[in-house]
Design a binder for this molecule. Structure first.
Ligand code: HEC
Length: 141
């Protein structure tokens, strides 16, 4: 009982903080509760602020960012017509290549999803795979 109460409390205060091009400014994206089964809902809550509702990289936070968010509808086109599922999962687990090299623009989602539910560790894998499937569904063909 106490455990699940704690988990709920954690979700409430969880947020993604991003430093903007103007280093003195930060933007906080509240990590509001979503269903791990609903890729679209997670995308809208966690990704759309930067990548845009349509995935094209023009979310409300984008103009203030130094590195522009990737157009996520072109992942398949940019990979010789094959959707790069393994790559997307790796980016969500470990961060993008750019963020790995010191630019904290693209959050490491595995960490954030892990903090959302510390009792069911498989849940973060479910979130990541459902997000990857959702991104596949928005590819421009
Ligand atoms: C704070 C803004 C921000 C949020 C929120 C965000 N991203 Fe990103 N994302 C970026 C930026 C900036 C880049 C391009 C620079 C980079 O790769 O680090 C990027 C790049 C990516 C890439 C391409 C990386 C590559 O190497 O090909 C994927 C895939 C991606 N994001 C998926 C997501 C998903 C899924 C979510 C939501 C769970 C999300 N992003 C949330 C800013 C964000």
């Amino acid at each position: 009982m106490i455990r699940s109460l704690l988990a709920t409390a954690t979700i409430g205060i969880l947020a993604v903080t991003v430093t903007l091009a103007d280093q003195s400014k930060k933007v906080v994206i509240p990590a509001s509760p979503t269903s791990a089964n609903n890729g679209q809902q997670m995308y809208t809550s966690y990704c759309a602020p930067c990548h845009g509702t349509d995935g094209k990289g023009r979310g409300p936070v984008a103009p203030a960012m130094k590195t522009q968010p990737t157009d996520l509808t072109q992942l398949m086109r940019n990979n010789h017509g094959k959707y790069p599922d393994t790559h997307v999962v790796a980016v969500l687990e470990f961060g993008s290549e750019l963020s790995a090299h010191g630019s904290p623009n693209m959050p490491v989602w595995e960490r954030i999803f892990g903090n959302m539910n510390r009792t069911h560790l498989q849940e973060k894998q479910l979130r990541i795979s459902n997000l990857a499937h959702y991104l596949e569904s928005i590819q421009e063909r």
